[in-house]
Design a protein. Structure first.
Length: 144
């Protein structure tokens, strides 16, 4: 099902458990082999209490948040994010969003992701949500 965007609409919060596996798998999947994303001891030596999530994993989770809400035909047009407080294992990131603008079938959504130590990510996502029966939607004919 596709959800049509409406200015001012609040997206339901999405809680994402931040696990060591999520952090390491996201880093590997995005080919980010920096030790602070997979080696807790080296991360501590560099001043971090533990490994932390990379920006590409966060970017993917923000995109998932938007497409989970608007449906499988939603197309991400632009994702512009800024990181703040790091995501460490054992925490939970809560993503929230609000539709700021709508132009035809395209919306701009303000997204915030918070964890136990502060705001992890802020940004905007531009997403196109085709109307039912439009491109990307199968239309069945009566009697077929």
């Amino acid at each position: 099902m596709t959800t049509a965007p409406t200015v001012g609409a609040e997206l339901p919060a999405l809680e994402i458990p931040v696990t060591r596996t999520l952090i390491v798998a996201g880093a590997i999947a995005s080919r980010d082999y920096q030790d602070v994303h997979h080696d807790a001891e080296l991360a501590r030596q560099k001043g971090s209490p533990d490994v932390f999530m990379n920006i590409l994993t966060t970017n993917g989770l923000v995109g998932r948040y938007i497409t989970d809400h608007f449906g499988p035909s939603a197309v991400l047009r632009r994702v512009a994010i800024r990181l703040g407080a790091p995501n460490h294992p054992g925490d939970t990131m809560v993503l929230t969003g609000r539709v700021e603008a709508v132009d035809g079938d395209t919306a701009t959504v303000r997204v915030v992701g918070a964890n136990g130590i502060g705001t992890h990510v802020t940004g905007t996502v531009t997403v196109t949500v085709p109307a039912a029966g439009g491109p990307g939607h199968a239309v069945s004919e009566a009697g077929s």
